[in-house]
Design a protein around this ligand. Structure first.
Ligand code: SF4
Length: 230
């Protein structure tokens, strides 16, 4: 699988683990607030990291790291993901998958073969606001519903997460999302930040102030056990 970048050390990306993060390219969505525009829009123009270099690096760091996050772009759209993860796991690492939830069959396969140890799945918005929030007119949100079901029934830790943008998300949306995901164990609200490499370069996108994020957190806590702001 093609990897376009590595973050050598993170204490934040994989809860409870000292990890590195590998970034896959391409994505089926075009979220205007996406902070990895070049990886999503022009992956072919980006340099890749040779697979041998990745596995040599991981082999050398077995004593320092205990986890590998596979992020993107959207890693689950790549058919060679299971083989790639298999090699990572052979080196003894726990694997966290970041996904937008549009590839439930891949998710089911990875879960069945015990190739992932943690899933972080994006919840872009209420299902009816997915087109607005992802920059795509036509989407099959049934795929997302299916992934939610798989994640909530999996026997590994997981989180749902939403990048909150004031132009896309309202208080009412979080009541609906909470009801949809009721009984979920863990949900993170991430305040939108402009990375300078956004897909929606010309869009007006703003974060909410802290107290509004806290209010939304309280709304979600009516339905979900643990809700935190990142
Ligand atoms: S933020 Fe959206 S466009 Fe960017 S990688 Fe994630 S799902 Fe794809």
């Amino acid at each position: 699988m093609k990897i376009y970048g590595i973050n050598n050390l993170t204490l934040l990306d994989y809860p409870g683990h000292v990890a590195c993060t590998l970034f896959a390219g391409h994505c089926n969505l075009r979220c205007p607030y996406c902070h990895n525009a070049s990886l999503v829009l022009n992956p072919r123009d980006q340099p890749t990291v040779p697979e041998d270099d990745i596995f040599n690096m991981l082999a050398k760091r077995q004593k320092v790291l205990d986890g590998v996050c596979i992020s993107g772009g959207e890693p689950a759209m790549h058919d060679d993901l299971p083989v790639f993860i298999g090699k990572v796991k052979e080196l003894g690492f726990n694997v966290k998958l970041d996904t937008n939830g549009f590839f439930p069959d891949m998710m089911a396969f990875l879960l069945k073969d015990k190739l992932i140890d943690y899933v972080a799945m994006d919840i872009k918005n209420t299902l009816d606001k997915y087109p607005l929030t992802t920059g795509m007119d036509f989407l099959d949100v049934e795929l997302v519903k299916k992934s939610v079901e798989y994640v909530m029934n999996a026997d590994i830790p997981y989180e749902f997460r939403t990048t909150v943008v004031s132009e896309f998300h309202s208080r009412e949306d979080f009541v609906s999302i909470g009801y949809w995901l009721r009984g979920a164990k863990s949900y993170y609200l991430q305040s939108f930040k402009d990375s300078g490499d956004l897909i929606g370069r010309d869009a007006r996108l703003t974060p909410y102030p802290k107290d509004e994020m806290e209010y939304m957190r309280e709304l979600l806590l009516q339905y979900i056990e643990k809700v935190e702001i990142r």
